[in-house]
Each structure stands twice: as structure tokens, then as C-alpha cells.
Design a protein around this ligand. Structure first.
Ligand code: UT7
Length: 325
């Protein structure tokens, strides 16, 4: 029997041009390049300039993804923007993308799952395509976390960056084999008991302000590896595939130590791990599609490769997606 599967037709990304290095930060606050690199693996991050918004990077990344996919605006039925830094409280920034990209059909909405946003967005798009709500979806992760940071707080401001990544998905019929292209398995989780470990201390309904990001870094770190590896074991069990079958591991880029420990625990070889946290910092929902785009453009990820995505972040939310590129 033939089944529908969401196949990735193309990807793209966009970054602000303004680079801030660790040394730049150490001139403003009590930190050092050595501390940041040792604890996180971050060397530099990109920061949005005045007049650049979450939509600016989302639109640019989507344009590249649509060009690579060879699709026109009229071909897209669904726009999902994963972000925690929308241009405005409402309407959804996804409708700005929709309008600017000339997409007139279907539906557009924002999805808020913090750093897990792209994995959540892919899962939702995959479900909607599989149930016939459309044929092609644009899934974008775009963030301007620099606007949420307390630039006096050295425990958080050194960690994050701005940018966007996007993919175009198309529902295609196939036999449902593990060798067929497309999303093979998705798993999402959350546990609201941890919501105060990583949060923003403002919002439209509470303070009427945007607020600043606050994090108990050590607490988040403590849970991250176990949550990530657990949900990945779940997608392995669901598909009968395992660490040896993976061609590329593209994790959320929060901290090099979390990435390395997760890969090690899963038994994924270091040369299969895509790392961009050194150049981008933690770009939250944008980090996975940004890393995917880097690895596609430098020739590492090729059609037919088995790619494992995972993320964990505020909420806590976490999840994993296994995709045959
Ligand atoms: O994407 C969402 C998920 N987020 C994450 O995955 C983040 C998870 N957490 C982490 O990545 C790490 O916990 C951090 C990178 C945030 C911190 O690393 P850590 O090894 O857990 O350091 P720590 O918080 O235990 O702090 C160690 C020391 C402290 O000083 P004392 O108390 O030992 O004297 C901090 O005050 O490092 C100090 N410190 C800094 N020193 C220089 C904290 N931030 C800085 C800084 N520069 N920027």
C-alpha cells in the first residue's frame, strides 16, 4: 500500500552580517574568550542590526529554500514559523513571511516551543501533510534572541545569536520503506515542571513588556543529555534504525559539551556530528535548519542520507526527528 511521506525538497538560511566575537564581549562584561570556548564551544555569534527583525531573516532563508526546492509561492500550502521572538505580539510573524513571499494559499502560523521549535514545526508540518491538509509546507526557524538578552548578565548574553533557517517539505507517495526519502519518525515531549529553569521574565499578559531571558544554566545542562538521548532512543525504537545507520547527526546547537556527550552516549561517531555552535552561538529554533543548510551546502548531507535531528529547550520541551534526506 502506498503511504504519504514528507520529503525535504530544499533548505536555506540567513544570518545577520554583524559578528560579535568573544573578545568583543569581554571588552563589555566580565568574561573571556577562554571561558566561553571551554564551557560552550562558542567563538562568535551574529547579531541583528537596527531595522532587522525575525521576519527579515525568515524571509531571506525561505527564499533560498524555495529556490533550491524549485517551488513557486503558489506551490506552498502551509507556512509554519518556529520562533520565540516574533516581530510583534500578534499577528503571527508567519503571516508577514506569507505576504512578503507572495504565498496566497493555505495557512500560516507561528509555533512557540523555544529551542525545540524547529523539531516541533517539522512534526506538525509532517502530520498536516500526511493528513492531506496540503501538499507543500514551508517550515522556518527564525530568531532575534539578541532582543531578549540582558546584556549585563554574563551567564546568558554570551550564549545566544540571531539567524534563520528554512526547509520546504512535499508530501510524496511511497511504499513506506526506511530507504524511501522523507520524514521517517518524529517524537515530541515537554515537561512544564521545569518551566522556571529557562524563561523570559516578561510577556503581554503578565508585565506588558517583552522581558529578558533568565536561565539556570547548570540545571538545564543537567537534564539535557538524558532527555535528548531518551527521545532519540524512542525514534530508533519506532523505526528499527540505530546509531550505526545514521549518516549525519544535526543536534540543536546550544553547547558543544551537550552535543559531544549526547553523541557519545548514543554511540554516534564524532565525524558524523554537524557542529555550528562555534560560529552561530545558540540561535534557538533557527539552530537546526541553519546547521542543516551549512552541511548541505558544503556537500556533507546528500540525498538518501539518514539525518537525525534533536532539540531541547525552555519548557522543558524536547524532541527528535529522523529523516531520509
Ligand atoms: O538552548 C536551550 C538549552 N540551553 C542550554 O542547553 C544551556 C545549558 N547550560 C549550559 O550550557 C551551561 O550550564 C552554561 C554554559 C550556561 C554554563 O556552564 P557551566 O559549566 O554550567 O558553568 P556554571 O553555570 O556552573 O558557572 C561556573 C562559573 C560560575 O562562577 P563560580 O560561581 O564558580 O565562581 C559563574 O559565575 O562560571 C561563572 N560564569 C562565567 N565566567 C566567565 C558564568 N558565566 C560566565 C561568563 N564568563 N560568561
Amino acid at each position: 500500500m502506498s503511504v504519504a511521506r514528507s520529503v525535504i525538497l530544499g533548505c536555506g538560511s540567513a544570518l545577520p552580517s554583524h559578528v560579535i566575537t568573544n573578545d568583543d564581549l569581554s571588552r563589555r562584561i566580565d568574561t573571556s574568550d577562554e571561558w566561553i570556548q571551554q564551557r560552550t564551544g562558542i567563538r562568535e555569534r551574529r547579531i541583528a542590526a537596527e531595522g532587522e527583525f525575525t521576519s527579515t531573516f525568515g524571509i531571506a532563508a525561505a527564499r533560498v529554500a524555495m529556490a533550491q526546492a524549485g517551488v513557486a509561492p503558489d506551490d506552498i500550502d502551509l507556512v509554519i514559523l518556529a520562533t520565540s521572538t516574533p516581530d510583534n505580539t500578534f499577528p503571527a510573524t508567519a503571516v508577514t513571511l506569507q505576504a512578503e513571499l507572495g504565498i496566497r494559499r493555505g495557512a500560516a502560523f507561528d509555533l512557540q516551543a523555544v529551542c525545540s521549535g524547529f523539531v516541533y514545526g517539522l512534526t506538525v508540518a509532517d502530520s498536516l501533510l500526511k493528513t492531506g491538509q496540503g501538499t507543500r509546507a514551508l517550515v522556518v526557524g527564525s530568531e532575534t534572541f539578541s532582543r531578549l538578552l540582558d546584556w549585563e548578565d554574563r551567564t546568558t548574553c554570551v550564549l545566544f545569536g540571531d539567524g534563520a533557517g528554512a526547509v520546504v517539505l512535499e508530501a510524496q507517495r511511497g511504499q513506506g520503506a526506511a530507504s524511501d526519502r522523507g520524514v521517517l519518525a518524529c517524537r515530541l515531549r515537554s515537561d512544564g515542571r521545569h518551566k522556571e529553569k529557562l524563561f523570559v521574565d516578561g510577556g503581554p499578559s503578565t508585565t506588558g513588556t517583552v522581558g529578558h531571558l533568565r536561565m539556570e544554566g547548570r540545571e538545564v545542562f543537567k537534564h539535557a543529555v538524558a532527555m535528548i538521548t531518551d527521545v532519540i532512543e524512542d525514534v530508533f525504537a519506532q523505526t528499527g534504525l540505530g546509531a550505526d545507520d545514521i549518516d549525519w547527526f544535526v543536534p540543536h546547537q546550544a553547547n558543544r559539551r551537550i552535543i559531544d556527550l549526547s553523541a557519545q552516549k548514543l554511540g554516534i561517531a564524532p565525524e558524523k556530528v554537524v557542529v555550528t555552535v562555534d560560529r552561530h552561538g545558540n540561535t534557538s529554533a533557527a539552530s537546526i535548519p541553519l546547521a542543516l543548510d551549512v552541511a548541505v551546502r558544503d556537500g556533507r548531507i546528500k540525498p538518501g542520507d539518514l539525518v537525525l535531528l534533536e532539540a531541547m529547550g525552555g519548557g522543558f520541551t524536547w524532541g527528535a526527528v529522523l529523516v531520509r534526506w
